[in-house]
Design a protein around this ligand. Structure first.
Ligand code: CP
Length: 290
């Protein structure tokens, strides 16, 4: 029975922990799964490096057969719609479609598809596999979620990572805060002053300013942004001993993170990318492998 993954918010706490444990089994405990009888289509209508290629890596590790759709070279240029494009791959008999689109909740257009939909990011709303790899990174570090304090810093307004995860993090017992320029703040979580948060949080998640999603909203130059809201060596030194830095990436060096940060001892940014492969293996297993 196929299972979609559309939004983290649609998963129970138990389902989330189950996916994280399965990801760990793939990563740490030698779990193997052979999906050589399955076909997955990766349909990226928006640019991506991490999500697209970690899905490919996960699919390779599971021996699935994979179709890589290239939006630029497709019949979209001839006027074919998003819906009709996805229907092509359903018609081919694909078992799952992995979709990224800049349209919020695009999956509402795709009701009753005969293949599993795995959401690889929609507009400013959801990015469930990123949310799950973030949770795995936190779970690995602390062994639990209850009472942990997280501050998400930057362009909250346009962040599918923040919008898709805070409600669930709260449901898992975390205390969530946001910080950054006021023009990028919304009601996703309580606001906290950045430098106050640097000293008190367990997890600090930095975000990129998503210029592709808006005309310039801030009057701050990159240098001014870096001075006010950038993570740097001086701020890292003020963090709690066991606190960690995360970033969904891509990150902009010299803006929200200084060169020192991505590979400093408190950074888990590249660990997040590694965890992304195993979380996506677990998500594919849940969708078409059980
Ligand atoms: N974190 C993330 O979604 O990165 P990509 O846009 O490169 O996939």
């Amino acid at each position: 029975m196929k299972k979609d993954l559309l939004s983290l918010k649609l998963l129970s706490n138990e389902e989330i922990i189950d996916i994280l444990e399965t990801a760990r089994d793939f990563r740490d405990n030698g779990l193997k799964l052979d999906l050589s009888d399955k076909i997955i289509a990766n349909l990226f209508f928006e640019n991506s490096t991490r999500t697209q290629y970690s899905f490919m890596t996960a699919e390779e590790k599971l021996n699935a057969k994979v179709l890589h759709f290239n939006a630029q070279g497709s019949s979209i240029s001839k006027g074919e719609t998003f819906y009709d494009t996805v229907k092509v791959f359903e018609s081919f008999g694909c078992d799952a479609v992995v979709i990224r689109s800049s349209q919020n909740e695009y999956y509402n257009e795709l009701k009753n598809l005969n293949c599993a939909i795995i959401n690889a990011g929609d507009g400013t709303e959801n990015h469930p596999t990123q949310n799950l790899l973030d949770l795995l990174t936190i779970y690995d570090e602390f062994g639990h979620f209850d009472g942990l304090k997280i501050m998400i810093v930057g362009d909250i307004l346009h962040s599918r990572v923040a919008h898709g995860s805070v409600e669930v993090m709260k449901r898992l017992g975390m205390k969530c805060f946001i910080s950054g320029p006021k023009e990028f703040m919304d009601d996703t979580a309580a606001y906290i002053d950045f430098d106050e948060g640097v000293k008190t949080m367990d997890v600090i998640m930095m975000l990129r300013i998503q210029t592709e999603r808006h005309a310039v909203l801030t009057t701050l130059s990159d240098k001014e942004y870096n001075t006010k809201y950038g993570m740097n060596e001086e701020r890292v030194a003020k963090m709690k001993d066991n606190a960690i830095i995360m970033h969904p990436a891509p990150f902009n060096r010299g803006v929200e993170v200084d060169n020192y940060v991505p590979e400093c001892p408190k950074s888990r940014i590249f660990r997040q990318m590694t965890n992304g492969v195993y979380v996506r293996m677990a998500v594919i297993k849940r969708s078409i492998g059980d």
